[in-house]
Every structure is written in C-alpha cells, then in structure tokens.
Design a protein around this ligand. Structure first.
Ligand code: FAD
Length: 281
C-alpha cells in the first residue's frame, strides 16, 4: 500500500458545558497523534444541529485538526440542509459525512424531502459542487434494514455514483466481513477508499445493546469472554484492546486504506490501539 493511509477519530456532540469541555480535552489529546480529520455526529432531524456545528468549528479552528460534520437527511428539509451547508462552506469546512440517519421512534417525525443518503449526496453536489469531500457509510455485515446483501451493495454503489469520495464502515469484529465487502465492491468496479470503522471494546453491556441495534455481530467467542469478565472493567478493557489491535493489524496488513475510530468521546482506548499498532504521528 503506497498511498498515504487515513486515520481519523469520531466524536458526538455533548449536551452539557462540562461534557463539551471534556470532549475538547480528549480532542486535544488525540490531536497529538496528528490524524487526517476528526468527525462529529449529527442527530437525525437536526436535534444536534447547533451543537454539531459548534463542536466542528471549535475542532477545526481551535484544536486545529480538519473537522468533518456528519449530516443526515431524514427529518430535515432541503432549506435547512442548504442553510447548514452554507454555514459549513463559509467556515472553511471541507469534508462532510453524508448519511440518511435514523428517525427517533415515537417522535412522529416524517422522512423529510430526501429519503436516502444517495439523495443527500446528490443534493450536496448540486448545491455546492466539488467543495466538500464526501464520506458515506458502508456496511460489511449489511445494513439492518436492507432486504439482502446484494441490494444493500447496489444501494451503496448508488451513493458512490451520486458523488461520494470515500466511505467509512459500520464497525465489525470480523476482518473477513470487511475483506469480503471490499472484494464485492471492487468487482463492481467501484474503487473509492473503504475505511474500516473501529469500535474499541471498553464496556460489554453498552456494546451489546448498540451492536444489536446497528446490526454489528459480536462473535460468540468475544461475547462469551466479555460476559465471563462481568464487572471486571480492567479485564474487559485489556481483552478488548488485544482483540481490536489484532483485528486492526489484519486489516492494515490486508490493505485497508486507514482506520476511523469511534472514540465515544474517550481518548484512552483508541490511543492504546494506535500505540500498539505503532501508527505514524
Ligand atoms: P442509506 O445509504 O440511505 O441506506 C439506508 C437503508 O436504505 C439501507 O438498508 C439501504 O440498503 C437502503 N437504501 C438505500 N438507498 C435505497 C434506495 N434507493 N431504494 C431502496 N432502499 C435503499 N446516524 C445518525 O443519525 N447520525 C450520525 O452522525 C451517524 N453517523 C454515522 C457514521 C457512520 C460511519 C456510520 C456507518 C453510520 C452512522 N450513522 C449515523 C447511522 C446511520 O445513519 C444509519 O445506519 C442509517 O440507518 C443509515 O444511514 P445510511 O447513510 O447508511 O443510509
């Protein structure tokens, strides 16, 4: 792999001032690793619109690492999306993670004017041309609502044809699922970088709940070992670090064009994996 690999860290916008200060401390710590970019999630329907905007601007201008807002289209109108794109463009933001998003259940929200991420990618290209580098989501283990792997793959290709430059995967704990997905995408003739999304393991119950919802498979041997540790947080973290480091080694050795860490606003676990892998600073 001769091209420069892309390493990035993802955060979520916090609800409190104290949480925000802590997040900025974490970002400053991770900035010392000199990642390609930071990204910040967006609540579907615009529920974090201002917080995502403010967090991204602070990461970009104060922490001085290029920052990419996530932007989802469900529940937002074109006018709202257009206004946000203008703000990002004026603030010098150059990358966006473009998503459909998930409608919060029980809130009576409607889909909005754009139904799928491919519609959002097309809309951003129409509105802003090539200003933004666009990342989209990819699902090596299939999106949980997809009819089957084939149709999900075709829907992924729609996003690329609509103008995505690169993709970040949903997290997974099985490198083969990633390699299989890459092979299938390349066979179709799509050659954008597919960056594996990496979820450090630090807490079993939260991880199990989250993985159920987003369709990420926790292999039985990992599940059983984590269950056996019970409340022993240190053992969970040590085991998690080892498992994820080993998987990242496999991914990089197999040609993955980088890694995107879901930090959950914590620096330690991602930094430990980074150091184990001896990634460049
Ligand atoms: P899409 O690509 O639109 O796909 C959604 C489903 O629709 C899939 O099953 C697909 O097969 C199907 N589909 C797509 N196009 C068509 C079509 N034309 N016809 C029929 N079916 C179609 N969520 C948030 O709310 N905020 C975030 O910040 C956020 N960040 C994320 C970051 C990453 C890297 C990832 C992997 C996910 C993130 N998510 C986020 C979650 C994401 O919003 C959900 O997984 C959502 O359910 C799907 O989003 P998508 O962009 O992949 O949708």
């Amino acid at each position: 792999m001769s091209e420069k690999r892309s390493y990035s860290f993802e955060f979520f916008p916090t609800k409190t001032e104290a949480g925000h200060e802590k997040l900025m401390g974490v970002a400053r710590q991770l900035a010392t690793l000199n990642p390609e970019f930071f990204s910040c999630t967006y609540g579907a329907g615009g529920s974090t619109r201002d917080r995502t905007l403010n967090t991204v601007l602070q990461l970009e201008h104060e922490v001085k690492i290029p920052a990419a807002p996530h932007l989802s289209c469900v529940g937002d109108s074109k006018a709202e999306l257009r206004a946000l794109l203008e703000q990002y463009q004026q603030a010098g933001i150059q990358r966006i993670v473009a998503l459909r998003g998930d409608l919060p259940s029980g809130m009576g929200m409607s889909y909005g004017e754009l139904r799928y991420a491919s519609d959002l990618v097309e809309f951003i290209r129409q509105e802003t041309g090539d200003h933004f580098r666009l990342e989209v989501a990819a699902y090596p283990e299939m999106h949980p609502q997809a009819r089957d792997f084939e149709s999900d793959l075709n829907n992924f290709v729609r996003k690329v044809k609509a103008g995505a430059d690169s993709a970040i995967t949903q997290y997974f704990f099985n490198a083969d699922s990633y390699f299989h997905f890459v092979e299938r995408v390349q066979k179709i003739g799509v050659d954008i970088p597919l960056i594996p999304g990496i979820m450090p393991i630090t807490n079993y119950s939260k991880l199990a709940r989250f993985s159920d919802a987003c369709g990420a498979d926790i292999p039985r041997w990992i599940r059983k070992q984590l269950e056996a540790y019970g409340d022993d947080v240190r053992s969970i973290q040590a085991f998690g670090e080892e498992v994820i480091t080993r998987m990242c080694e496999q991914l990089l050795a197999g040609g993955a064009p980088g890694l995107h860490f879901y930090t959950l606003n914590q620096a330690e676990a991602s930094t430990a994996i980074w150091n184990n892998l001896q990634l460049p600073r």
